[in-house]
Design a protein. Sequence first.
Length: 413
Amino acid sequence: MAIAFDVDPYPGSPKILFIGLAQSSHTHAWIDLLSESEFNVRLFGIPNSVPPANWPVKTYVNLLSPQNSTPIRKYLYSHLLGELRMHYNEFAVQHYRKPVGTSEEWLAQIIKAWKPDIIHTLGLEPASYYYYDVREKYNLRSIGKWIVQVRGGPDLALNRLLPEYSQKIQSVFQYCDQVIADNRQNYEYALSMGLQQNRICALGTLPGSGGIDVDGLKSLWQGPPSSREKIILWPKAYESPQSKALPVFEALKLAWSRLPECKIYMFAADHETMMWFQALPEYIKSASYISYRVPRNEILSKVVSSRVMLAPSILDGIPNALYEAMAGGAFPIVSPLETITPIVRDGENVLFARNLYPQELADALVRAMSDDQLVDTASLKNYLLVGQIANRALVMPKVIDYYCRLSGHRLVK
């Protein structure tokens, strides 16, 4: 018999409520660090975000959906139906009707009823700002320790410079209990915005996904990169504040006559990228596969069969695409950002090329696609390095212990 949503599988063990984008692979990967532990875990999905149907974590879904609740899903629709029935009865008896509940009220009710030991918001925007407003409006400060996980990219590095964001960021850092980031620069920014030193996660920097299954990916390698099919994997082919796609298209045109015959896989494209792709010469388009967002497993399966992983950016933390390429044996081309240069070396682990400089990107592509010794030597070094800095098997027990200590009590078993 299925356990009801509101029944905790491990009574007496710490309760953790995550708040974030329910469809995000980063959300799933981080929370899945706890899949073999005995925490009582739930996710409150930011409005209009929906988790995959087969993801087994209990999730509050903020949609007016006709679907019924299941043992692992609760919908705002069902909650509002209950509110409507209640208010209809009041109207019938008293000729008075209250307004129905909102997603913010629902979150407040959940926290007051369940009383999580830890509330972990995934990203400043939107999760931390959303929860901060609910916390203040509904007087939730006394319930649970609040962890803020800061994403790489503009989440803090750029938004802190905008007047409309800076006050919100300072308020979040004033009231949260802990901050987790994937790079040292974000901790420095947080301190400059008023975060107290003792609220920085004692584990230091942690991959936003919780790390990579290093040995699992290594076991799937389709030979060293020099022996693989000549595939260039571009996993983040979108336009955004942190990365630009058009210079990459220009680089492909500059490099094409010097490249061996190859295939290019472009994932996570957006509408703007799709338009510019159609403007490319036919000889590039015919060698390319472009797609909107694809499941993470599909990207990982391509990593282990690709020769080169291309991920230039103008602003980032330590990108998971870099870690995945290092574990998957694909040679990385990334940009020399201050978050990345401390962990990898140009011409040894990666080739650096700035996102806004097509000629740099073109030259890096030509070398990576022709220098067999470079890519094979780097693949072995990268496998060892990523095993030290982003190995999920090592991150998992540290995170579990961290949550235990923060909650103030141990797991039941």
